[in-house]
Design a protein around this ligand. Structure first.
Ligand SMILES: Cc1cc2nc3c(=O)[nH]c(=O)nc-3n(C[C@H](O)[C@H](O)[C@H](O)COP(=O)(O)O)c2cc1C
Length: 158
């Protein structure tokens, strides 16, 4: 049975995205082992001070961290370790202001780590380190993005 990490952000009562997530779970649960990370209940920490500086020190400057610095990175490191243990990822969230909700961006900021999920090559270009990983995005919107000029490539469900 394949393993899926389902990451969701569905804060609204009667959330459309939550219904989509439930349909995904109902249709997939017999075929896959689903681990659900609910970002509303368990948000990734924002990189605002000590954690950001510790991350830069370790991941970009290659320096050792002291115990306090390692401690402030525990949450983000748990999230990146969780991501690294899955090869199937499903992200579910509503569109907010033509973009993703802030907690979803916070999760990306936590897990996109130099040396773990990507690396910088000698020529300065970037290489993803999760290339075998497949991802599915379940995004709901208020607007219709199924036609040009707004969109056209996304699958639209009525
Ligand atoms: C803060 C906020 C911003 C939104 N921005 C957009 C937007 O830019 N484009 C859009 O099509 N819908 C937008 N919507 C509508 C939601 O994407 C849409 O209603 C979605 O289905 C809500 O998901 P939910 O029911 O899971 O909360 C926005 C909704 C909210 C609450």
């Amino acid at each position: 049975m394949s393993k899926i990490l389902l990451i969701s952000c569905t804060p609204r009562h009667e959330s459309n995205t939550k219904k989509l997530v439930q349909t995904f779970i109902d249709t997939t649960k017999n075929k896959a082992d689903i681990t659900h990370l609910d970002l509303v209940a368990n948000p990734a920490p924002l990189l605002l001070g000590n954690n950001l500086n510790a991350l830069l020190k370790r991941n970009f400057m290659g320096m050792e961290l002291d115990a306090d610095e390692s401690e402030v990175l525990q949450d983000v490191d748990q999230m990146v370790e969780q991501l690294q243990s899955f090869e199937r990822i499903v992200l579910a969230y509503p569109m907010y202001n033509f973009s993703i909700p802030a907690v979803v961006k916070a999760w990306f900021d936590a897990v996109i780590q130099n040396g773990k999920t990507f690396k910088i090559k000698d020529d300065g270009s970037y290489e993803g380190l999760r290339q075998g990983t497949k991802a599915l995005v379940l995004m709901t919107t208020g607007g219709d993005y199924s036609q040009e000029p707004r969109g056209g490539r996304a699958i639209s469900y009525q």
